[in-house]
Design a protein around this ligand. Sequence first.
Ligand code: CU
Length: 1012
Amino acid sequence: MRLSTGVGAILLVFIVGFLMPAPAVADAVTLNPAKDNTLYEPISNDSFVDMSDGAGATMFTGKVKDADADPGAGTRAAVRRAVLAFTIAGNIPAGSTIDNVQLILYVDKVGATTAYNVNLHRLLENWGEGTSNTGNSQQGQGELPTANDATWHHTFYPGSFWSIPGGVYSLTASATKSVGNVGFYTWGSTSGLVADVQSWLNTPAQNYGWIIIGDEIQTATLTQKAKRFGTRESTGSTGGVTWKPRLVVNYTPLVASGACCQGPGCTLQTSAACLALPGTYQGNGTSCSPNPCFVPTGACCANNGTCSEVSQAACTGAGGTYQGDGAVCAGTYCPIVLTPYLDALPIPPVATPVVGSPGAAATYNITAREFEQSFHSQLPMSRVWGYHDGVGPLHTPGPVIIARTGEPVTVNWINDIRDFVTNEPRRNNHYLDVDVQQDGEGDVCIHGAEDKAKMVVHLHGGKVPPESDGYPEATFLPGDPPVPYVYPNDQQASFIWFHDHALGITRLNVYMGLAGAYLIRDAVEDAVNLPRGQYEVPLVIQDRKFNPDGSLFYPSQWVDHFFGDKIIVNGKVWPYLDVRRGKYLFRVVNGATSRVLSLSLTPPGGALNFTVVGTEGGLLEAPAPGVGVLTMGPGERYDVVVDFAGYANGDEILLTNSAGVPFPNGPVDVTQVMKFRVTSVAGDTDPLPATLRSIERLDPAEAVQVRDFRLKQAGTDGCGRSMWTINNLGWHDITEYPELGTVEIWRYINDSGVSHPMHMHLVMFQVLDRDGFTTGPGGEVIPNGTPQLPPAEENGWKDTVMVPPGQIVRIIVRFDGFKGRYPYHCHILEHEEHEMMRQFQTISCGDGEIDPTEACDAGAANGTPASCCTLACAMVGDLTACTDGNACTENDLCATGVCAGTTLAPPGEVANLLFAADRTTLNWSPPAGAPAGTVYDVARGLVSQLPVGGGAAETCLATDLAAPSASDPLQPDLGQAYWYLARGRHACGTGSYGWAAANGVPTTERVTLTCP
Ligand SMILES: [Cu+2]
């Protein structure tokens, strides 16, 4: 047996001193198998053949029951045999004499407790163990083999075979044991076992181990002779003794040897040889199995967020959190331990305009800048990006812009993001890692991702024209000219917000801090007696992770969801707010990238409810009291009144979170949000008004369209990652063209396991109901028929709605305001950036502009065919009211005083559109069968900005040309690429386009264009 270290040290002196071999001392080693597997005999009624269970935790012997279902299979049916082998050479010194061998197996399951003989036979052919694994089911049937698995027929699947199916082995059993019920069994030392191990020590190349053969005889009455044993993969134990097979070998070494450690490496050496290496001798008879030299280490997180790779004992001794053997610090996030409720809640200041005054028509210069911010007094400064009005403190979230209904605000958005340390030059890359991995074709896998400090600002909840909405592709870089956005504020009082929306890096820019609040006031809200002044407090709730140096942590590659381990409110981790004994109006926004919040209030000895007075689009009709848990997805807002009047000076009330991540089925990882500390001073104790403001209820009967949106993971990006999609389509697939002024019902149908907060730009909507659904055989959605109305606190105007897994949410919306393309998307920013963002395009019938689906402009406004003027047909653009209430629309066949009741077909497409060699003249052939009076419009634009319906990049070269051929004074250089469009149309109607590029490359892409 193993000698003590003290004896080893004495022997070492002896050997060194006399340079003579030590006397041989009998020793023992206990080994676990190097490999094991089960051979499954296929039978005629098995649907499976050549099965295996290499990496499984069990192995089988004997005849199993399913043979009885196949009497014709005879006595050889449905046999299982276990094979196992141990590494002898290397674990026992060469030249040793094997004295005694015992194999101990654990039987963990039996078909019947009847005892049968189980025999060990020495294998004569080599075999393998692959990665097949039956796990917790079907161990008796096996799994399809993987590469190098042994099966009934294979030694190494798929290419090598036993000479005889079922294994080639010595017909004389080396040992036999009668096996009955569950328990440990020892195949005691026999001359056969000793001879086997001795030969394997002497000739390691012929060590193929044993095959274990149970009772394989088919009898009429016995139905189940199988015995199941633990394998080397078994994790079970009884009384602290493992279920893994154990081979105990007693041997007498030729000379005394033992384990020799060189760092973590272990070899068997004499003590002299070990010393010479040099190594550390572990004593005569010590073994390398298990390895005494290797002390496992793993990543160890310290409370300050640093990581080291040390042993578990060293880690726990230093007060760290051990991350497991083998865990490495690279890629391990170690949370910094911060004291909650240490810092005061920052109150964002009111933004200062450069023209006008807050709360009225005004112009602001708001600059995105890089600076440092303290998120917590125990944390080093963090590098952030934030919006700055040029006056107030540098802080994220930025200052609150206060506007008033009907009084437009212009914001000149300026990107002046520079490296904070050097200040020059302006940034040409992002501060965080941008996931710019490319697929096989060289396209980035995250749509639009660029390692640039590009930005674009979206006023979330604002009804704004498309050119000021923050179109995700309309980004601008540090140093670009200011981008003036005009916000008409043609909407009712509401708490909305602005944040970055740059395609491919929105999540990174918002995480860096590009967000701020925007408050619209109006006379109705002014007249309602709600807490104001110091009693009205915005709460922008987000989450972050921090590195030990205070810098923001965000994964370098896109992830399905990102959850910070610290909640920040108005830019502080877990802050506190001192409150007076009265009512407060909190204007709450969930500004996190992925995290859903379920907020509650916990005062001493009880619970405190929220009274919800507003949603994203403004006040509810009446306060909704008694809300105990307020769940908010990213992008959602609630205005809530909390009454502290009933509490005493010094009482502390916690705002806590109980939402699992991902929502709703994930674990709850962070519960702290912030704390309110009640002071002795009396506050606003006015009663809440009974009613707030009237809300026009949109009538489902008015809806002209019902559109369905399936939310689910579908397909993979070029980097192999599953994508989040809406109807299996992506950002550039535009299929919704709502008509301005009409009402539609949109059904968001969640086919995934997590909730999606769905946000629409331009519009506010109302939630009709939520219902479960099943999917029919054709993939159709079948509602359960038990729709639930939204709760009172959600029954107002909204721009973001939570869609729970397995549910349909119906919203009703009137498209109103502006023509253009607007995003709608999941506001989990990680989803938004992996294709769960699409666009709708609003159109206006009868305006003469040719939008992609303007059937209405062909005389079918609002589905009313053949609108017809009673006046002479006017040119496109000169709209004239018609007696039927519609406008004179394109292609109406109209004449003075006459309604023909039909429409003109547009002329066919122009043909042979070509740029002449002099590069100033465009020629084409008239449309086939062009009627008399056909005229032509021609336009030009940059290939990099293909026409989208009247964009700034388009130049109208001619309108109403009577005949083909138009000139372009530009005369582009050779190799320069433009697109050109020529449209043939009736003098009062539409046509279709052909187009060509100046570099001569034709394309079949259809585009739209507005010529004045
Ligand atoms: Cu989502």
